[in-house]
Design a protein around this ligand. Sequence first.
Ligand code: ISE
Length: 334
Amino acid sequence: MTVKIGMIGPGGMGQAHIDRIRSVIAGGEVVAVSDINPEAAGKVAEKYGVTGYTSSADLIADPGVDAVMICSYGPAHEADVIACIEAGKRVFCEKPLTPTADAAERIMAAEAKAGRKMVTVGFMRRFDESYRQMKAILDSGEIGETLIVHNRHRNPTVPPHYTWDMAINDTGIHEIDTMRWLTGEEIVSVRVDTPKKTTKRFEHLQDPLILIMTTESGIWIDDEIFVNNQHSYDIQCEAVAESGTIRLADQHKIERTGTIGRHHVLTMDHNERFWGAFVTEVQEWIDAVARDEHTGSSAWDGYAAACVCDAGVKALTSDGAVAVEMIERPALYR
Ligand code: ISE
């Protein structure tokens, strides 16, 4: 079976997914796109030879669309995700699922009504081979209990529209989800430490900043978020356990030797660094849709990430740790 996919919001991220589906992913075909901007909708539809809509509702209602990918901007997600659930169509939604925890709760209510999990959130690091190897070793218990996890999330630069809260809501959200998945625990408190600021940033940003999170059992997690480092997309993670440590190795693809010495070529953005993870993520989603099953992170994961982000944003403007407030996990997600 070929899964016929409708794509809402085919901007940079959406088109990167379309290109992967057309080149290296099996079992799926993008048959329609929608963009509220008629010119953009027309251009992308023509580029890929698919149906173009200016209304996401029309795309979701299209009987030729089996499942939907949403890559529009966060505030538009809730209405479209709920419309997909109500139409009985499985949906892959890029992160963040919703910018607020309340909106994610409404999505969970729609799934509860449908009686099944239909939403997958695009947290791609769960599909990265090296993170998966780290998790397998930690889960095996071979090196004992995890005590501490150190993370670094660095970008060469960010655009002027990157607002002060995005360090947490748009960048740190990756570690927030990955740490919940890696440790298998909820994050219960968040603190933000603010080091000396780089001068090479937009005035409105605290850059870098350090998120300090703790989990239910007391695992201590730090995350250096530095989004104007001027040189590379640099993702690091090291877990310290009772009788060993495990960390992501350098993510270089080649090593170059010459008059400048020997060096690794660094990646410059998430598409380059996590190419393989994106491919696995979308492939697993399409395979699961074909089997009429759910895969990947759920609406609960989207909700939990939103709750931790809320606490993180509060912590950014207050002293000390902020407790994460969450509802009890509904039965569907246990
Ligand atoms: C962006 O939205 C991403 O998802 C990238 O992975 C992250 O590194 C970047 O900071 C975000 O703005």
